[in-house]
Design a protein. Structure first.
Length: 132
């Protein structure tokens, strides 16, 4: 498939492969906060986002009692998702390999809010997910 981004592309590209059943409640650390995530595999995993006013118990991992879930969804195969890997999240019910292609635009947009507003302004997405 040809991918035509309706804006100048300055992106890093990653392939993510997850083989475990469930992930910890975590952030991915690093700098990836303005990503388009393309779900390659077909599985029933659920991504849940959390709020917390407490620090992580380990580098990028939170204690489940220190977070409150506020949004969950299933990433469907062959669909694109705007995603900030710096948001507290978990991935659960992974059945088999979970494989995603990540285009990270953080160098171009600097914040997830700017990235989402740009995608909305060009009609690439039509709404913003709930925020913290």
């Amino acid at each position: 498939h040809e991918i035509n981004f309706p804006f100048t592309v300055e992106a890093d590209v990653y392939v993510q492969v997850i083989e475990s059943k469930d992930s910890f409640i975590h952030t991915d650390g690093g700098h990836r906060m303005c990503s388009l995530y393309y779900m390659i595999s077909d599985n029933n995993s659920i991504t849940t986002f959390y709020k917390s006013d407490k620090p992580p118990v380990l580098s990028t991992v939170w204690n489940p009692s220190d977070v409150t879930p506020y949004y969950s969804y299933k990433m469907e195969q062959h669909n694109w998702y705007a995603f900030s890997h710096n948001e507290i999240h978990s991935v659960n019910n992974i059945d088999g390999l979970r494989i995603g292609l990540i285009f990270d635009f953080t160098r171009q947009f600097k914040s997830y809010e700017n990235f989402i507003q740009h995608l909305i302004s060009i009609g690439y997405i039509d709404e913003q997910l709930p925020s913290l």
